[in-house]
Design a protein around this ligand. Structure first.
Ligand code: PEP
Ligand code: MN
Length: 333
């Protein structure tokens, strides 16, 4: 729409679109308003819309994903949770906590350190997608309650994974952000359900998903009406077996170019090794990531899940200091 085109012109276009049995999504930016039209577009529609008052131009988005593109929404999406803002030009957000919630003491002690370090969000899995059914699969609802208690006690927002469509409302009642893990990244029913709730979704990249497939997964959530999606590069499967997965650092600038959504990385689940977490975290921030999510545990060697990749409290605090130095340096550029 033209600058200052006014609400009347926008409403006229909306009713025109609905009259053709199509759907619309409005993106109101500071600079301009974009109306996205979704559905079976017929060739004459472009010219029809171009003739309506207030229209600056009609652009056909040729990409398979639409609502997540910069064409649809040129300005960065930012997601606000309490005092924390993820995305845009805001400083990177640090999300940290145990891979799995194991006990009240474990999650409370970790929350205290995460908060004290100046990090922003507490992670902790209660429903764990495990490769083997014999591995520890999480504490379930009891774990969610402990996570919520730790979040409230230390005044820090929380994120946890949801695996099943039927659990989504219940998980959303305990956590501030819902994670969809790499193994669920193409569970289209779950993505649809995530589009219907009013909580931010941290969407991991499927470990064999292309950028297009990843953004199409986000599209499911956006097209359902939930605009709060945080994309997370968590490593992909390559021929290299020296690390657990290969973190695709290139994804950060590429996704930022293609999409307005915030993009973070998971240096823990990608590398699978605590020693690699600090350098890959720093590299992610330097490459422009809007944040990182990392595993921290009071006693990594005894962790019930992903022990090899968890940072001790001491190493985590040292890493946060290094991240702050990189962030300060980037802010000077
Ligand atoms: C996790 O963050 O706990 C997790 C299982 O991550 P991913 O889905 O990336 O493996
Ligand atoms: Mn894990």
């Amino acid at each position: 729409m033209k600058h200052n085109s006014g609400s009347e012109a926008i409403e006229k276009i909306q009713s025109h679109i609905l009259g053709h049995g199509l759907q619309y999504h409005v993106s109101q930016g500071e600079e301009r308003t974009v109306i996205g039209i979704v559905g079976q577009i017929f060739p004459e529609l472009k010219e029809e819309i171009e003739r309506l008052p207030g229209v600056l131009e009609v652009v056909l988005i040729s990409k398979s994903y639409k609502l997540s593109t910069r064409e649809f929404k040129p300005q960065d999406t930012t997601i606000t949770i309490g005092d924390t803002v993820i995305g845009g030009k805001n400083n990177p957000v640090i999300i940290a906590g145990p891979c799995a919630i194991e006990s009240e003491k474990q999650v409370m002690d970790t929350a205290a350190i995460v908060k004290e370090s100046g990090s922003h969000i507490l992670r902790g899995g209660a429903f764990k997608p495990r490769t083997s059914p014999y591995s520890f699969r999480g504490m379930g609802v009891q774990g969610l309650k402990l996570l919520a208690k730790a979040g409230e006690t230390y005044d820090i927002p929380t994120v946890t994974e949801v695996m099943a469509v039927e659990d989504i409302g219940m998980v959303a009642s305990y956590a501030d952000i819902l994670q969809i893990g790499t193994r669920s990244a193409q569970n289209f029913n779950l993505l649809d359900a995530a589009g219907k709730i009013n909580k931010p979704i941290l969407l991991k990249r499927g470990f064999s998903s292309t950028y297009e497939e990843w953004l199409l997964a986000a599209e499911y959530i956006l097209s359902g009406g939930n605009e709060q999606v945080i994309l997370c590069e968590r490593g992909i499967r390559t021929f290299e077996t020296g690390t657990r997965f290969t973190l695709d650092i290139t994804a950060i600038p590429v996704i930022k170019k293609l999409s307005h959504l915030p993009v973070i990385t998971d240096p823990s689940h990608s590398t699978g090794s605590w020693e690699l977490v600090p350098p890959i975290s720093l590299a992610s921030i330097a490459a422009g990531a809007h944040g990182i999510i990392v595993d921290v545990h009071p006693n990594p060697s005894e962790a019930k899940c992903d022990a090899a990749q968890a940072l001790t409290f001491k190493r985590f605090k040292a890493m946060v200091k290094e991240i702050n130095i990189v962030t300060a340096a980037l802010n000077k550029i």
